[in-house]
Design a protein around this ligand. Sequence first.
Ligand SMILES: [Zn+2]
Length: 308
Amino acid sequence: MPPTVVRREIGLAGLAVPLVEVTGAADGPTLTVISGVHGCEYAAMAGVRRWLGNLASRELHGRVRAVPVLNVTAFAARSPFVVPEGGKNLNRCFPGDPAGTLADRLAHDTFTRLIATSDALVDVHCGDLVEALQPFTLYEGGPAEERASALAEAYGLPYVIRQSVGPDRAVSGSSSGAAAEAGIPAITAEAGGCGLVEEHAAALHVAGLDRVLGLLGMAAPPAAAGPAVAPTRLGRFLWLRCRGAGWWEPRVAAGERVAEGQALGAVSSLDGAEVREVIVAPTDGVIIFLTSSPAVADDGLLLGLGAR
Ligand SMILES: [Zn+2]
């Protein structure tokens, strides 16, 4: 029997957010899938939208709850990274605060109403408007680590990064990090970027989500998904920043392997006359993401380096 599909809006922090609930005829886990935590990550949203369209005709065990575009005000404003009201990055606000800014409240309502009542979470991302990236999946240490690691591997992207919970952690307040702390297996899956609706990246997300359904025993993945290729596992995620503002010019591409001491790019004066900073790889690794815009601020984020 095909699943029941209900498309409606859910009120989160007073915003009308699109929600798709797909309930199978047979019992099984509840999987929550969100995308559009960042408002200009279109390849991620496109992948989730397409995957949901395919689900209606499949035999499903359990329930999928999906939000294809969570950060609706950022989407409408074409605002990369942050919620325009208050300027906070929603993916640094989880599990949220009911008395905080719009981003804090949106994180809180999303966490309590969708994430906390799930058996697993997939937060689907890509590089934002000015970010190129090498497809990868991120998960965190913690009580659900083994299951999260299996989900990350199943998603089938070339790199899997385990974030340790501690001072080394590059990102705190993410949806998958907050879920991990609550004991819910969760991953952040990243493919695509630069404000493009890339077909290849959207297809990676569709196949990844299908394999997650297979791993959770919720549906047989369609043949198109294929088996996941074993990823390269990385245990460190170093985010490199510039000291001062200027014109950023990378000398490497996302996905490129680099050696300790290698010049990765430079920040120069806006008139092009003076190189102010050369960014050097602190260790051997692979470029996981890269700021593609030349415009960088003081302490601006330039790139993410994954290392063993
Ligand atoms: Zn993102």
